[in-house]
Design a protein around this ligand. Structure first.
Ligand code: C2E
Ligand code: MG
Ligand code: MG
Ligand code: MG
Length: 280
């Protein structure tokens, strides 16, 4: 009897393994095609200071005719593995710069756009030239670009990474550490490198109002950041309780579903117009 059961389990197990393998191949192949065509879309998620939009983050979206919506959380790591991430980040960066410049030219408030940059970009020489290229083709001033990089960039080849960051700062773009606290959290970059901003990872933000340890930790991060003159963003705010707690702690900027999900460029335009109207 138990053998029969085992057989059934093994059968389902094999099925699901095979499907996973097929899915992966399908994603890889479709990804190669869409990267060649540059057939992505860029969504934007605003960041707020009180009820005013201070900047926005560009987040890539891939809607495949066969696969449907594929989350960047699943295709970015694959793109990193199979060597497509350079082209993807290049596409996002150029697109974000062009869009930001277009908004500025059309009279929208001038606010920076944050672009996520894979840690893989720090393993080669092209990041600095990629940023220069994006500035040239878009005509955007460098102070409107913020590059979001994750802590994992600072694990190895620190001298090399430091030289790249300094070159980027010389160009005039801003540097933000994304998902701060999530992984390897070293304080070294904050001390040694010209970092402008940290984004506290969502895991420290969710339910912060009812978690004493979290709130003390975040309070400490905030006072450290203030001492170092770093801008602090809390990411992933979903509830009013979380918002109120972070605001009372004096966090500079807030971002999350409570305020807005990532939305299309068109939708951002009407948000910016409303925002502008409110200020008058
Ligand atoms: P990230 O940079 O940490 O971006 C935050 C992610 O959390 C986004 O997911 C965003 O939609 C989501 N998020 C925002 N507010 C909330 C909230 O209140 N609750 C919850 N549960 N989630 C929230 P998304 O758009 O799926 O992106 C996932 C990750 O993919 C990003 O994490 C980023 O690391 C990466 N990514 C996105 N676009 C690019 C890109 O152009 N290049 C690279 N290298 N990575 C990208
Ligand atoms: Mg980010
Ligand atoms: Mg993040
Ligand atoms: Mg995160």
């Amino acid at each position: 009897h138990s053998k029969e059961k085992g057989g059934t389990v093994a059968h389902f197990f094999n099925e699901s393994m095979r499907n996973k393998y097929d899915d992966r191949l399908l994603i890889e192949n479709s990804l190669r095609l869409v990267v060649d065509k540059g057939d992505f879309e860029l969504y934007y998620q605003p960041k707020y200071r009180f009820d005013k939009i201070t900047s926005m983050e560009a987040l890539i979206r891939w809607i495949d005719p066969e696969l449907g919506f594929v989350s960047p959380a699943s295709f970015i790591p694959i793109a990193e593995e199979i060597g497509l991430i350079l082209q993807i980040d290049r596409w996002s960066l150029i697109q974000a710069c062009k869009q930001n410049k277009e908004w500025q030219d059309r009279g929208y408030p001038k606010i920076p756009v944050s672009v996520n940059i894979s840690a893989k970009q720090f393993q080669q020489d092209s990041l600095v030239s990629m940023v220069k290229e994006a500035l040239t083709v878009s005509g955007l001033a460098p102070e409107y670009i913020k590059l979001e990089i994750t802590e994992s960039v600072f694990i190895k080849n620190l001298d090399y990474v430091a030289s790249i960051i300094k070159q980027l700062k010389d160009i005039g773009v801003l540097i933000s550490i994304d998902d701060f606290g999530k992984g390897y959290s070293s304080l070294y970059p904050l001390l040694q490198l010209p970092i402008d901003e940290i984004k506290i990872d969502r895991q420290f933000i969710s339910d912060i109002h009812q978690n004493m340890k979290k709130s003390r930790l975040v309070q400490s991060i905030l006072s450290m950041a203030k001492g170092l003159q770093l801008n602090v963003v809390a990411e992933g705010i979903e509830t009013k309780d979380e918002r109120n707690t972070l605001m009372s702690m004096g966090c500079d900027e807030l971002q999350g579903y409570l305020f807005s999900r990532p939305i299309t460029a068109e939708e951002i335009e009407s948000l910016l117009l409303n925002d502008h109207a409110k200020m008058k």
